[in-house]
Design a protein. Structure first.
Length: 53
């Protein structure tokens, strides 16, 4: 699993309380569970981040 913040790979220990996370997972099948492949950190992780209210 990789963790990304600001376009660079970081360690899990660099996550902070309140960070916005987007978790990317593989597909689940009847015989296997999904697996976390990447975690993106920060406002860019939210699809709605670029939208104005």
């Amino acid at each position: 699993m990789r963790v990304w913040k600001g376009g660079r790979q970081i360690a899990l220990t660099e996550l902070a309380v309140g960070d916005l996370l987007l978790v990317k997972r593989t597909g689940r099948t009847p015989t296997s569970d999904s697996v976390c492949t990447d975690i993106c950190v920060g406002p860019i992780a939210s699809p709605a981040a670029g939208k104005k209210s």
